[in-house]
Structures are given as structure tokens and as C-alpha cells.
Design a protein around this ligand. Structure first.
Ligand code: NAP
Length: 456
């Protein structure tokens, strides 16, 4: 028997577990999927926006994998705690696949970034997704803001801009925790500015996500045609024709918005305005009464090489709430190699490299392998490559003696794993909570509540 630990139960971890057991090359592979949280699914549960029900429903596919009898889910097990470092894991399992994602946000590196009222978008996402470690409660001063600036034009920026602009009534049917739903309903935000430092033809958002902004009934999208015209691909059919179809579609969407903007009346009462801006790079967050009051941007211009240069012209955009959506970053795990520049674990075809050489029994997949890019499905080929390497190494790996009962060893080491029935009990408690509130399933947002539900 080949015993494998997969660390992390997000898409990359679950796809890796699936590939490990659903193959015929190596017989009798058993997998434990470990997660620091009592709940599985990683960013599908704690990152995908609550109003993206279709993407969220992917949890059903992941569930199908974790219910395989050759796979055991062990939540509430933190690698790095209770002496469970990489060396200990290799005493318990023949191989370990690290699928720990990219847990941190990237920083802007501008003055004022840490003023009260300035947050990473990932903190906001964690809060409305009921992550039990969400570091900030956005109820109160944060959402009392009238104007919010979202920095970045990737899909995370689009998600948080949409949640800020969306009527909370629309979220009633989702699993947003009750506290966040109430705070979003009381939000004072009326103006949302989503700002890119480059042009629309370099924006990272995808067209489907972008279009959703225009479909909101609670907000009007505002785009300045003069700002779009700064993008060489915008006004020139020849330049646009040379672009990938996905970017051309993005340009078409913003063009539609820009063309209708000048004739429109001021936002009706209660309707929010969502300004999509380009060619502005943040240089400073300005304080007002001890909190952020505005973001100072420098106007940029294309440098002809896909980048931008500063023009020396500045614009201050009022903002009592700033969400920095400038990308995720991987975090080093103690005892494992880490490339600080890319925020990833060095690897060759998924084999973890220590001092440039493959480390026997150690593998990596997902964002911690390739960086925080791509959609959920990108993790499939990524995990496949890693598992192919592992299966190739299997004869040597399985020759090594490991613990007979890793679960018993984990318990003896002080871990209190939440196994699959515990997770099902959390799901049942979330359904019951929703029922009591006249909603569908509603997420439990705190550790005590989750662990209590798991043992009920
Ligand atoms: P992202 O796609 O890399 O976008 C980051 C944005 O931040 C870019 O617009 C980038 O501009 C900007 N940026 C970076 N540094 C900056 C700085 N110093 N100042 C100003 N702007 C800066 O990252 P993400 O939005 O966090 O998304 C991560 C991944 O998750 C992506 O693959 C995304 O597609 C995926 N995701 C998908 C969905 C979905 O499918 N619905 C939802 C959420 C996330 P530059 O391009 O100029 O660097």
C-alpha cells in the first residue's frame, strides 16, 4: 500500500487526491487530505464569491472525490503545529503533496497603505465568506464609507466591487454569514471606483465576470471614453485585431459602457455608481481624521511595451474604504524550500526541489507550485503533472517504512482531526442555521461554532 498525505483540500488538493486513487498504474493508494480548517474545499468555500452559485456548486464534484473510500478528509490538522512538520509527515506517509495555495495578499508598497479603512481585498473576501480567521469585521466604520476604491482590475477586484455595489437583498439567498449580510445591507457605500494602473487591453479580469457588473440592478457602471482612448488598442481596429479574442471581448464590454455613459442621468436614489477606471497608479493613501480619506493616483500612459510610465499628473479619488486587490502571494511553510521572489515552492514537474535536487517523497501542486493565476480548472492539469511524477517514483517511495496508522499517530501527537462525518455535521448545522433565519444554508463564521457543530 502507498500512503499519501495531501496538504490542503482546495481544488488542487482534491484533484491530486482524485488522480492518486483513480489510476491503474500503482495499486492500493490510500490518501489522507489534511486541512488546517475543519471545512474542506479551500478557496471554493472561502474565496469564490457567494453570488457565484454556479462556481460554488463545484463543491459537489469535490465532495464526490472526498467521499471515495480510499480517501480520508482530516480537517483541523495544521501542518507546522504539534510537531507536524515536513519531516514528521514523511514518517507517517510515503509521500506528501503540498497544495497549500497562496495565503497572503500582495502589498502595494505606498505610503498610507496601513491606514484604518485600507484593507486587502482578501480580508474582505474572507469576511463575507465566513472564514474563521477573517482578520477584520467590516461591519461599522469600514462600510459606513460613502466612497470606496478598489485597486486592481483582476477578478478579485471585480468580485469585491460587485459585492460592494450589489443590493444586499440579492445575497439573502446565498450562504453569506448573517452578520455580513446585515452589515452589507446597512452599507453606506454609494460610489465604488475600480482602478487599473494599465489599460483595458491589459486588465486581468475575464469577460464573463466583467459583464456581471453591467447586469447589476443596484448599480450603474460609469466609464470615461477619454480614459479608454488612451489605450492604443481601443481606438484602432488593426491593433485590436491583433489581440486575443478574450481581450477583444473585454474591450467591447467597456466600450458599450463608455458609449452610453455621457447621456445618462445622475444615479437615482439608492443606486450605486461603479466607476471603472484605467491608467491610474496608486502612489499614496491620504489620511482624513486618522482614517483613509482618499487615494492619490498618478496618471499613467502606455510605454509601448505593454507597461506604463508616469506622467507627473495626479488625481485624488475620495475613499473612506480602500480594498487592495493586487494579487495573492504564497507563504513559506517552515522546513520547506521557498522561492521568495515568486512566492512558490521550487519544483520540477511537481517534485519539490531542495538545493536544486528532487526531495524524495515531497511534491507540490496548485498556486504554491505555479503562482496565484488561472481559474479553478487550471488546477486539473497542474495536479495531474504532479501525480504523474509521484506515481513514477512510487516503487522507491513504497519501499520506505512508514507508520501503520497515521491517524492514530496524529491523535497521539495532540491533533483533533475533524473527519468526514464531522464535516457533514457542520453542513447540517449550517442548513439548520439557515432554516432558523428563513434562508438557505448559512455559513458559521467562527472556530468555536464550527468545532462545536463538528462534534454534535
Ligand atoms: P490578478 O488577476 O493577478 O490581478 C491583479 C491586479 O492587480 C491586476 O490588475 C494588476 O495590474 C494589479 N496590480 C498588481 N500590483 C499592483 C500595484 N502595485 N498597483 C496597482 N495595481 C496593481 O489577481 P487576482 O484578481 O487576485 O486573481 C488571482 C487569480 O484568481 C486570477 O487567476 C483570477 O482569475 C482568479 N480568480 C478568478 C475568479 C473567477 O473566475 N470568478 C474570481 C476571483 C479570482 P497589472 O496587470 O498591471 O500588474
Amino acid at each position: 500500500m502507498l500512503r499519501v498525505a495531501v496538504v490542503g483540500s482546495g481544488p488542487s488538493g482534491v484533484y491530486a487526491a482524485s488522480d492518486l486513487v483513480r489510476q491503474s498504474q500503482v495499486p492500493d493508494v490510500r490518501v489522507h487530505v489534511l486541512d488546517r480548517l475543519p471545512c474542506p474545499y479551500g478557496l471554493v468555500r472561502y474565496g469564490v464569491a457567494p453570488d457565484h452559485e454556479k462556481i460554488k456548486s463545484l463543491q459537489n464534484n469535490l465532495r464526490g472525490v472526498l467521499e471515495d473510500e480510499r480517501i480520508g478528509f482530516l480537517g483541523n490538522v495544521e501542518v507546522g503545529a504539534h510537531g507536524l512538520g515536513p519531516q514528521r509527515l514523511l514518517e507517517l506517509y510515503h509521500a506528501v503533496v503540498y497544495c497549500v495555495g497562496a495565503a497572503r495578499d500582495r502589498r502595494l508598497g505606498v505610503p498610507g497603505e496601513d491606514l484604518p479603512g485600507s484593507h486587502s481585498a482578501t480580508d474582505f473576501v474572507s469576511w463575507y465568506s465566513a472564514h474563521p480567521d477573517a482578520p477584520h469585521d467590516f461591519a461599522g466604520p469600514a462600510l459606513a464609507a460613502r466612497s470606496a476604491v478598489v485597486i486592481g482590475v483582476g477578478n478579485v477586484a471585480v468580485d469585491v466591487a460587485r459585492i460592494l455595489a450589489r443590493a444586499a437583498d440579492d445575497l439573502h439567498r446565498t450562504d453569506v454569514p448573517q452578520g455580513a449580510l446585515g452589515a452589507l445591507a446597512a452599507s453606506g457605500v454609494r460610489e465604488v471606483h475600480m482602478v487599473g494602473r494599465r489599460g483595458p487591453s491589459q486588465a486581468k479580469f475575464t469577460t464573463k465576470e466583467l459583464r456581471e457588473l453591467g447586469a447589476l440592478t443596484s448599480a450603474e457602471v460609469v466609464v470615461d471614453p477619454a480614459e479608454l482612448a488612451r489605450d492604443p488598442a481601443y481606438g484602432s481596429p488593426d491593433a485590436a485585431a491583433a489581440l486575443p479574442a478574450a481581450i477583444r471581448r473585454n474591450l467591447d464590454v467597456v466600450r458599450t459602457w463608455a458609449e452610453r455613459t455621457p447621456d445618462r442621468p445622475a444615479a437615482a436614489d439608492g443606486v450605486r455608481r461603479l466607476h471603472v477606471r484605467f491608467f491610474l497608479r496608486p502612489v499614496e493613501l491620504l489620511a482624513d481624521g486618522g482614517r483613509v480619506g482618499a487615494v492619490r493616483f498618478e496618471r499613467t500612459a502606455p510605454d509601448g511595451d505593454g507597461g506604463v510610465r508616469g506622467t507627473g499628473a495626479y488625481e485624488d479619488v475620495p475613499a473612506q474604504l480602500v480594498l487592495r486587490a493586487v494579487g495573492y502571494r504564497g507563504v513559506a511553510l517552515p522546513g520547506l524550500p521557498f522561492d521568495d521572489r515568486s512566492g512558490t515552492m521550487p519544483h520540477a514537474a511537481g517534485r519539490v526541489l531542495r538545493d536544486g535536487a528532487p526531495s524524495p517523497g515531497e511534491y507540490v501542486a496548485g498556486w504554491i507550485k505555479r503562482g496565484p493565476t488561472g481559474v479553478i480548472g487550471t488546477n486539473r492539469p497542474c495536479a495531474k503533472e504532479t501525480v504523474a511524477s509521484l506515481l513514477q517514483d512510487a516503487p522507491a517511495l513504497s519501499a520506505r517504512r512508514v507508520a501503520d496508522d497515521p491517524l492514530a499517530e496524529l491523535r497521539a501527537g495532540g491533533h483533533r482531526p475533524v473527519e468526514w462525518p464531522g464535516w457533514l455535521a457542520i453542513e447540517a448545522a449550517e442548513s439548520a442555521l439557515g432554516l432558523s433565519l428563513g434562508r438557505g444554508s448559512v455559513k458559521i463564521p467562527d472556530w468555536a461554532g464550527l468545532l462545536d457543530a463538528a462534534t454534535r
